[in-house]
Design a protein around this ligand. Structure first.
Ligand code: MRU
Length: 356
């Protein structure tokens, strides 16, 4: 998608260096950053310079490529893979991507290992782009249906950033929106600010602006009243881990939006590529929920009067704060899962019908 009219992907590989857009600086500064070592990849994931389940999966895949460039020793590669997988605990895409890389390079001799690893990391990215595009085409039908009944702007609420910045291109939750816009369907997005990291304000609103899509940032607690007033036609969110029973783990606050949508009979969809499905965990209580540093709550970043990015403290110094990064929306509140293969019921039956 575009930034200032120029097409970008969120990650690419050039002259043995991985290039990323440093998302901690958006929307105020657009900085392309080089990752040259596996350690730098791990740090970029931890610091959320790259974030969003599919993108951290792709960064981990390229992290394995950088590890190979550094040292082809198998014990180094094993340790690197473990460190990459544990760099953020909740999104299953990390393990999915690293496992795929390991499988591809196992038994490959050292003359060929780099070439094969680069090809696989690129393949993971290309596949994600294709999957996200298909998610868009499948979700477009739902938006079209609403538009055909309403004959007026379709208002879509989203939480966090499941946009192209969270993937390689298109996004998951935003892909149906981009497709609807391209087709001339009038859409307007309510972007939940998404405290504490403000991905909705800093990333979703930013990327929608760059694509010319109408959007309004709202405080996280505003969605409920907008739904009661009939100002939300549907919700679409992303996910970091979807269980085989259809339960959805996503950015904290998603669950409360789903409850409000359910109470107001507003369709609540979750968009995901199959790389985000966890077929093993049976009970959502077993999903590792990331707890991040409470500084992310007690401090806030923005532009000062000189135009420099500045961080300030906003909580009482003596107060404790707790920063859980994800929550789980039970399948019963999810109207459907929009995947690369089609839209299905959020249930084991629904998922198995699409992904045998
Ligand atoms: O903490 P983040 O910014 O990595 O969380 C991102 C989300 O919760 C997204 O909704 C999810 O990863 C899906 S991205 C297509």
């Amino acid at each position: 998608m575009r930034i200032e009219g120029k097409e970008y992907h969120t990650i690419w590989f050039e002259n043995n260096v991985v290039k990323i857009i440093d998302q901690t600086k958006l929307p105020h500064q657009f900085i392309i950053k080089d990752l040259k070592t596996v350690k730098e990849s791990i740090n970029a994931i931890k610091a959320m310079e790259v974030r969003g389940a599919p993108l951290i999966g792709a960064t981990a895949a390229y992290g394995m490529v950088l590890a190979i460039i550094e040292n082809k020793d198998r014990s180094f590669l094993k340790k690197s893979s473990e460190d990459l997988i544990s760099s953020r605990p909740t999104a299953i895409n990390l393990k999915w991507a690293v496992d795929r890389m390991i499988k591809k390079i196992s038994g490959v001799n050292s003359d060929q290992i780099l070439e094969i690893a680069v090809r696989e990391a690129k393949e993971i990215c290309e596949e994600d782009i294709k999957f996200c595009e298909n998610i868009g085409l499948n979700g477009l039908k739902i938006i079209e249906e609403i538009y055909n009944k309403k004959k007026n702007t379709v208002n879509i609420l989203t939480h966090c950033n499941a946009g192209w910045l969270a993937t390689i291109n298109w996004g998951t939750a935003t892909s149906p929106i981009y497709h609807a816009h391209k087709k001339g369907i009038p859409v307007h997005v309510w972007a939940d600010e998404t405290r504490p990291r403000n991905q909705g304000a800093n990333l979703t609103s930013y990327e929608l602006n760059e694509e010319g899509i109408k959007n309004t940032i709202i405080a996280d607690n505003t969605g409920g009243i907008l739904m009661q007033r009939g100002e939300v036609d549907m919700c679409i969110v992303g996910t970091d881990r979807t269980l085989a029973n259809g339960d959805v783990c996503n950015k904290v606050g998603t669950y409360l939006k789903a409850l409000a949508a359910y109470d107001n009979k507003i369709p609540f969809y979750v968009a995901l590529p199959s790389s985000t499905i966890d077929w093993n965990i049976k009970d959502h209580k077993d999903i590792p929920i990331e707890e991040r540093n409470s500084d992310e709550l007690s401090h806030i970043e923005g532009l000062d009067e000189k135009g420099d990015i500045k961080k300030i403290q906003i909580y009482p110094k003596k107060s404790k704060a707790m920063n859980l990064a994800f929550d789980v929306t039970p399948a019963k509140y999810v109207s459907g899962l929009i995947t690369e293969k089609g839209v299905c019921e959020a249930s084991e039956k629904g998922l198995k019908e699409l992904f045998k």
